[in-house]
Design a protein around this ligand. Sequence first.
Ligand code: F6P
Length: 544
Amino acid sequence: MSASAATLTTRPAWQALAAHHEAIRDVHLRELFAADPERGTRMTASGASLFLDYSKHRATPETIALLVALARECGLVERRMAMFSGEKINITEHRAVLHTALRAPREATITVDGVNVVPLVHEVLDRMRAFATAVRGGAWKGFTGSRIRNIVNIGIGGSDLGPAMAYRALAHFAQRDLTVRFVSNVDATDFAEATRDLDPAQTLFIVSSKTFTTIETMTNAAVARDWIIGALGDPRAVARHFVAVSTNEHAVREFGIDPANMFGFWDWVGGRYSMDSAIGLSTMIAIGPDSFGEMLGGMRTMDGHFRDAPLEQNLPVLHALLGIWYTDFFGTQSAAVLPYDQYLARLPAYLQQLIMESNGKSVTLSGARVRYATSPVIWGEPGTNGQHSFHQLLHQGTPLVPVDFIGFMHSLNPMGAQHDLLMANLLAQAAALAFGKTAAEVRAEGTPEALVPHRVFEGNRPSSVILAGLLTPATLGALIALYEHSVFTQGVIWDIDSFDQWGVELGKTLATRIAADLAPSADTAPAHDSSTNALISRYRAARG
Ligand code: F6P
């Protein structure tokens, strides 16, 4: 059974939620906390070493029960089983969705088209392990015999954001005599700045592209090939300085990379769900195969929690349902992710693709226009930096923005009282958002009357607090899998295909056409709309 798009808003559970929303939308979190002294400990859940406090949400146990009922009515349990068992739930591309198979234990069996994919996954993992060990230990040499000191991942979107995020997140565990960089943008500045201080003889490029046709990646890869050949003076250098991660062996061979130096994955791994596939090769080289295995273990544990925990205590399900509650009933249009950990600086960018490319859709599985809001805009920055920037809007702005605070009990870099101060700020922000400061409290501080409205914090601004012990590879894996499954859960309820991305295609096609118009050899009048034509003419004139 799947959710029927046309009927989502007429489902009994949806209707019940709409009525419930009418009843509680103006209730303040101050009242909810006053009414239930246990609320702060009751509205919590844990799994896969993560703890979720969702008590500071504008929700009651009844809200959660109604949301869970909606999830059941929409067929979450059945669709979850369909995903885990390899059914082709990406219907517009007729593909299975099996990022969970990437972290399945060696002895598991998961079949796609009659083939058990788990041995394939482990065969690639074993090859990655051998290669990463050779690079880390210096056994893999560059063309001139130099040891590899620099790894440059060339990729974009899911072939960049996951590895770039994970490298930063797990820098503490990285082999520090290796430099790992990421080139994604077709803007030549990206390549130029990433390589300007690198010795080509010591540099290994990982060309990461599921399709091996993405224009940005192939352009940068060609530039990198020229850079290596130019510096080392021999095309044979490519074999020692390039490896590929792709599903497209033919294109890898065409580029000049020996398929023996290619690490494969499969069409049932979506780009934005691929950081634990061979796309994670740079991560594995940086942190080592054992730590990479621990990251997979954390993901696997969260997969098990998502699959087996009751929906009412299921972290990804709760996370997803609360998101639906705000997006579809409170009408919120964005959500912030605020990790109180500098290592997680790229997590919001990673989640932007994971969430918005997955659920930024407006037609249902059957192609009908949705009659409800889907993915919010995702944004964020590490705390405490954001506090001195956009938190003003979170506290006193007109939009309601639900927040995910992410924090850790222990620091990987303990220094004096800094970690206590960091966590005090996280807890303070969540409390300030929830409870605010009333006019009476502001007046009681002796505030001049004219300033009172400016200094009032209305509160009632919701947040989740996600806590873990320490930012380890396993914790990161669990956190990523939590978000992956939250995205899936929301997609099931919205009845959309969370695993295609047709919305990125039009711009690519147009860019190819416009690039021809911008080329120095272009001599015909551009034939686009009047705005684009005028802009092209202006660009041509400026370029002479
Ligand atoms: O343009 C969007 C997209 O297709 C993403 O979904 C994907 O992660 C990215 O491009 C990169 O694709 P590829 O790995 O095939 O180069």
